[in-house]
Design a protein. Structure first.
Length: 298
């Protein structure tokens, strides 16, 4: 219907409006589809950040990886919140380190929170270091050893392939590439840590036992059985540092640096901060090796 001057009078619902409305409907529909895709993206849960790095080297971005222990938090004292337990309900896989205190305490509750979730632990052939005094029987820091990580990621890739067999070939190719990158990393670490052969490294919490075993240096801990050192042990550490001309005390980013700083002052040295729990596992090992090399240069 048209007016006196030929204008269309249809209540304002011309073709332009119809096209715009149709476009909006399509956009909403597409947005709903994308949201559904995002919701349906498989979720994997890991205990600590280095595991997230391993999963993403194998799976790329086809899985959402959630981490139980947040960045900057000491896993020795961490406990899951109600929100953490709720997040597990959507997870299809859980990769356990098998050696962490909170896993021993809570892993059964994690399973109960999501009975459908497949829990994958480390393989049985890990060469773990006994430590009855500080870590309740086993030193958990095996993720700082390339040799042990190779063993851990083998069942990891198998579980990922089983969870998404349609992309199994891609995951296997990524796994093979990751192994080659670990080979290259080991070559770098060997060169950087050669000067430390038979030397001593003083660290507040003994996180470098596996790295020390792999490359032949000695780790001396300021901590005593997981607690602040006695005055006698502090004196022993200071005497050792002076005797071996050690001027750097290592401390983890997640730990209070005050005690380490006190010893560094006694020996006229400094504190160097490392982060064994950093996400970028390969870069972090390179950085730790560079720090150790700087402590004991050729």
């Amino acid at each position: 219907m048209r007016g006196e001057k030929g204008e269309r009078r249809d209540g304002g619902w011309g073709w332009g409006c119809i096209v715009v409305i149709t476009g909006v409907v399509i956009l909403f529909a597409m947005n709903g589809c994308w949201n559904q895709i995002l919701i349906e993206k498989p979720i994997v849960t890991v205990s600590i950040l280095p595991q997230k790095f391993w999963v993403e080297q194998i799976a790329g971005d086809r899985f959402t990886v959630q981490v139980m222990v947040p960045p900057g938090v000491d896993y020795h004292t961490w406990e899951p919140s109600p929100k953490d337990m709720k997040n597990l309900s959507a997870s299809s896989l859980y990769f356990s380190m098998g050696t962490l205190d909170f896993e021993r305490a809570y892993l059964s509750r994690f399973r109960s929170a999501n009975p459908r979730m497949v829990v994958v632990g480390p393989p049985g052939d890990l060469d773990l270091i006994s430590d009855d005094h500080l870590h309740g029987g086993t030193d958990p820091h095996f993720w700082l050893s390339c040799a042990e990580v190779r063993k851990v990621i083998a069942p990891m890739v198998q579980a990922i392939v089983q969870a998404d067999p349609a992309h199994g070939d891609t995951y296997q190719q990524n796994y093979a590439r990751f192994l080659r990158e670990i080979d290259t990393l080991e070559t770098y670490l060997s060169g950087q840590l050669r000067p430390l052969k038979d030397r001593t490294v003083i660290i507040y919490h003994p996180a470098l036992a596996y790295l020390a075993r792999d490359y032949g240096f000695h780790q001396v801990s300021i901590e005593e059985e997981g607690k602040n050192p006695s005055a006698l042990h502090m004196k022993e550490i200071v005497d050792l540092a002076r005797q071996e001309q050690i001027s750097t005390i290592l401390v983890q980013r997640q730990i209070d640096q005050e005690m380490a700083a006190g010893i560094a002052d006694e020996i006229g040295g400094q504190v160097e901060v490392i982060d064994p729990l950093a996400y970028s596992w390969m870069d972090n090992l390179r950085e730790i090796a560079r720090i150790l090399n700087r402590i004991h240069p050729l």
